[in-house]
Design a binder for this molecule. Structure first.
Ligand code: ZN
Length: 425
């Protein structure tokens, strides 16, 4: 087998990772870099400057996806993309997303260094991509940038999304200087590769350093509002009250009870609650809850979803409130590209790692691209104790190194001579 040894440049990764990790960081509170915030803008600027120093040109599309373009093979050549996202959850970890973007950047710089030598003969161009609002923390749905790029989410709808205080995504992007597409955004790539921390403990428990994702779980996401009537919490007679928060509480408790009993292997959460007008002296007029069910089987998610919608309606009738379903969407499970899985597996074995074929519970940008017909690969490295979306999220340096080596090896193979042509070395 012809191999190109990956340049294992953990120092390069650590230097830029530390710079990006400092943006939005507070002691003990992890990193808060919500999509299209000032912190997101600062991280984007550092990423762009770093890539420009490395010889890339920076482009961005109208939803703010950032592309660090390495035009190695000419205008007519196909593109390979690699990346992830620089936005985080509130008080999130440093590794989620940023690792994938910066590792792809390091791989691109190492390949650039070999340009014009026998070690590297590109037949494709490469873009290192930072996708906008992967997390879905500030704007829902998540995977916004990759969804728009891949055609699943209309641009106008995405720009009109509102955050918790009513700021449209388009306005938030404009506030950090993103007001439309630049001139030479790269076209749809032939392949996309994403390296990400696992955010679970499967790799840890299996004692493996590299995971090759074969597919993802499906997710059903339901946003339910109960609408009651604002009233004074003192004099209003109890019989007259229409308490939306009480309805939401019954909805949450019922959701937990029904799904735990009938669908125990589905992952479930009610993780966000917005109460209006949110005064201690006003009976709640509107309570909105964001529910999630995740599982492998979409038929089961359908049945579970029907059951919880029925109990939400019962919570409304029991409390004299009215139920509104503001959103109810099913994210289909993805099946990742088999050819790319084999390529990643081969690269991992060449680097000395027996990869674990596994499913991802979480969604990732690679899922959006794969589901739109762009052959995509998702590579995992272990998360210590599976901790994710928490300041204690951690991946050991040797695991970062392994992921970086495998990613670079995969990208070299993809960018080099197409199948059927001579490979160098
Ligand atoms: Zn992520």
């Amino acid at each position: 087998m012809h191999e190109t040894a990956a340049i294992n440049d953990l120092d390069r990764l650590t230097a830029i990772f530390d710079r990006i990790s400092a943006v939005g960081a507070r002691p003990g509170e992890g990193v808060t870099r919500l999509a299209a915030s000032a912190e997101d803008g600062a991280a984007r600027a550092i990423f762009a400057e770093w890539m420009i120093e490395g010889g890339a040109r920076i482009e961005q599309d109208a939803i703010g996806n950032q592309f660090a373009c390495f035009d190695w093979a000419g205008e007519a050549a196909p593109w390979v993309f690699a990346g992830s996202h620089l936005d985080t959850q509130p008080r999130g970890g440093r590794f989620d997303g940023a690792f994938g973007v910066l590792a792809a950047g390091c791989a691109a710089l190492a390949m650039s260094h070999d340009l014009g030598t026998m070690r590297f003969k590109p037949a494709c161009n490469l873009a290192v991509v930072n996708w906008t609002n992967e997390e879905g923390a500030r704007y829902q749905p998540s995977l916004t940038g990759s969804g728009v790029f891949s055609g699943a989410l209309p641009l106008e709808r995405a720009l009109a999304l509102r955050d918790g205080v009513g700021v449209e995504l388009g306005a938030a992007l404009a506030a950090i200087g993103i007001t439309g597409a630049t001139q030479n955004v790269p076209p749809r790539p032939k392949t996309y590769v994403e390296l990400h921390v696992e955010q679970g403990r499967i790799l840890n428990e299996a004692g493996r350093g590299i995971g090759v994702v074969e597919g993802t779980w499906a997710a059903r996401k339901i946003t339910a509002s109960w609408i009651g009537r604002a009233a004074h919490t003192g004099p209003t007679p109890m019989a007259d009250r229409r308490d939306a928060l009480l309805a939401a509480a019954q909805g949450i408790a019922g959701f937990e009870a029904v799904t735990a009993q009938a669908y125990p292997h589905l992952h479930r959460s009610a993780a966000r609650l917005v109460v209006e007008p949110n005064s201690p002296n006003v009976v709640v007029e509107r309570a909105t809850v964001w529910f999630e069910l995740r599982g492998l089987d979409t038929a089961e998610l359908d049945r579970a979803g029907q059951a919880v919608l029925a109990l939400f309606a019962k919570a409304a009738s029991d409390t004299g409130t009215r139920l509104e379903i503001a959103a109810d969407m099913l994210r289909a499970p993805a099946e990742m590209d088999a050819g790319l899985m084999a390529l990643v597996g081969e690269a991992a074995r060449s680097a000395g790692f027996e990869p674990l074929i596994m499913r991802s519970v979480a969604g990732h940008d690679a899922v959006a691209l794969q589901n739109s017909g762009i052959a995509s690969a998702l590579i995992f490295v272990p998360s210590v104790d599976g901790i994710a979306h928490h300041p204690d999220e951690f991946t050991h340096p040797e695991d970062l190194q392994a992921g970086l080596s495998v990613l670079e090896s995969v990208l070299r193979r993809l960018v080099e001579a197409p199948a059927g042509q001579d490979k160098k070395d």
